[in-house]
Design a protein around this ligand. Sequence first.
Ligand SMILES: [Zn+2]
Ligand SMILES: [Zn+2]
Length: 301
Amino acid sequence: MQVTFLGTSCSMPTTTRGSSSVVVRLGRELLMFDCGEGTQRQMVKAHVGFQRPMKIFISHLHGDHVLGLPGLLQSMSLLRREKPLHIYGPTGLVQYVKAFSDSLGGPGFPVVLYEIKESGVIFFSEKYQIIAVPAIHRATAWSYCFIEADRRGRFYPEKAEELGVPKGELWGRLHSGESVMVDGKVIESSMVSGPPRSGRKIVYSGDTAPNPELVELSREADLLIHESTFLDDLAERAEEDGHTTALQAAEIAKEAEVKQLVLTHISSRYPDPVVVLDEAKSMFENVVVAEDFLELSLELE
Ligand SMILES: [Zn+2]
Ligand SMILES: [Zn+2]
């Protein structure tokens, strides 16, 4: 599983940072969080395909998070995409997509829109679920959490051999969780495999002031992607605008005991992001400041 930061600026793109977007590559599937202006060009540069199964989760309808959608949908139409694209976001998403589609035409493929009305699970499959909780911002905004389903425990062939289970089909059935019968004895899957391993968890804050609900949602996450628009000397301004400081984001990571924190939505006020990093590091060690095209691999344990 790879997490690629396509845009990491706040408000306006800069010479080095594009507008907000992060993409998670999950096998062939893409999960995109926000789609700021210019996201499609960043996708081309990062070799993120336009034809893959894809879901987009929009945090809120501020331009720096959604202006990339018209261009991306147009390019997908030009490329004759046929697969449906699923887009989730706040109330107003349908009107926004309709407005640019009415003027520009298209899209030439199915786009399925979901306006989120209440917090909770907004998508569920055998492989993973997505949870949305309200963010604290000047617009209706959502934070998202990806939770992978628990995976089967490790299979121990030597234990299966010890118990006299012949290699082959029976091993496969034990590994998939079934019990099997060998010489009149029942061998349970748990006798030859370890405990289930929990899936990976990624949280994307979007624009938000520090949010206790997000701390709970982020508990022991593998990766917390949190906005960090200001340094703590501007904490008052951050609160007024519904944003978070680097120090506050680090406090959230510490309280939630996440494994890694990545700060994004970086202001042009801080051309050298080391000041952002230093402030966060004073509170939480395992933190990086995102830059465009930063790529993280989240390996299975
Ligand atoms: Zn923003
Ligand atoms: Zn915003």
